[in-house]
Design a protein around this ligand. Structure first.
Ligand code: MRU
Length: 356
């Protein structure tokens, strides 16, 4: 019997409540929550990857707006003061991480909702209540999108198949079933037996710490490999597809995802194996023509030199630590969205499916 889905994010209470999230930096050894009673804790949680994965970052930011406005006394605040505070909160949360567009999408949606509500006759306390409802809607919609992605994508997986995945695009990165992992969970629900080769995903080991943990909890055949073993796994014919999530997809289908994804797509191409991306429509950034315009987060040197408990690089060594890379559309066999499958991946097909 598989475990119940993990509650990556939970809102506790009413408009004066708080956001409780699984502290993903502690997994796989400790399943522990951190409670965010102020927007600074939400910002720090996103920055330090306590909550990570594009959709989960967006949901956390939406709830971050709800905790952020609690610095105001709703019974004694003007609509102008609330508007100003929401603008401050959104600008602040937008500085937490640059690549996943879901963060900016969710903040934009909360900002638009606030602007519309503030034009009406309702009180500031009622605006706060309705903003909390908007954040909950974002959360619930994500849950539904993940299940739809799984339903569309599971047809790509046959019984007995081996699949490589990279980073974590599971329930921990979303509201529940995940994006890439939703294909595996849905295939399992359909009675298919799949084996997932999980790249450990240097430098922060989201594959080893999070994806392997999630898959084992659901009793899926899981084989953990180091990132540099993927080529050999493919050469030995152990995997027949690669599936990952994405953090931002440009209008032409170029997709940013965890560093190492691009290399994996090249390996898949060389071995004649399909490389699939699974992502909800709010991971698309149609304002960008191509992946060249996607901002790539560069993180600190110590993630490479002092990763998990011991120094693994000499003092003073220069490092370069981009957290994401961009896979060109031509290497992607299909993008699985909640609206359907985009294939071949090009601008016309992206627009056709997204606007359906
Ligand atoms: O740095 P992270 O852990 O936030 O990176 C996450 C990824 O790259 C995921 O693959 C992506 O956000 C998709 S999550 C459904």
């Amino acid at each position: 019997m598989a475990n119940a889905p993990e509650q990556t994010l939970q809102w506790m209470g009413g408009p004066q409540g708080y956001l409780s999230l699984i502290d993903q930096t502690l997994l796989p050894t400790q399943l522990q929550n951190i409670d965010c009673h102020d927007v600074e804790t939400v910002w720090e949680g996103i920055k330090l990857l306590r909550v990570r994965g594009a959709p989960a970052i967006g949901i956390a930011a939406a709830y971050g707006v709800c905790v952020g406005i609690q610095t105001l006394d709703f019974t004694n605040t003007s609509k102008g003061q609330l508007r100003q505070r929401i603008e401050e909160i959104c600008s602040y949360l937008a500085t937490s991480r640059p690549t996943a567009v879901n963060l900016f999408w969710a903040l934009g949606r909360m900002g638009d909702k606030a602007a519309a509500l503030l034009e009406t006759e309702i009180t500031v306390a009622q605006v706060a209540e309705m903003l909390l409802q908007e954040a909950k809607d974002i959360h619930n919609e994500d849950r539904a999108m993940c299940h739809a992605i799984g339903r569309h994508g599971a047809v790509l997986l046959a019984d007995g198949m081996g699949v490589i995945t990279h980073c974590n695009a599971g329930g921990l990165a979303t509201s529940e079933y995940g994006t890439a992992l939703s294909l595996f969970f849905t295939a399992q629900d359909q009675g298919k037996d799949v084996t997932i080769y999980v790249d450990e995903t240097r430098p922060l080991l989201q594959g080893a710490r999070l994806t392997a943990w999630e898959l084992l909890r659901r009793n899926i055949n899981t084989v953990l490999i180091c990132d540099n073993m993927a080529a050999q796994v493919l050469r030995e014919g152990k995997a027949q597809a690669v599936v990952t999530g994405a953090d931002r997809i440009a209008a032409n289908g170029d997709a940013a995802n965890k560093i190492g994804t691009y290399g994996l797509a090249i390996l898949a191409k060389h071995h004649g194996i399909p490389f699939y991306i699974a992502a909800p429509s709010n991971t698309f950034d149609l304002s960008l023509d191509s992946g060249d315009e996607i901002p790539i987060e560069v993180r600190s040197a110590d993630e490479i030199t002092n990763g998990f408990g011991r120094q693994t690089g000499p003092d003073g060594v220069e490092t370069y630590n981009p957290a994401f890379d961009v896979t060109p559309a031509e290497l992607i066999a299909a993008i699985v969205t909640e609206k359907g499958i985009i294939s071949p991946v090009n601008k016309d097909n992206c627009l056709k499916v997204l606007q359906s």
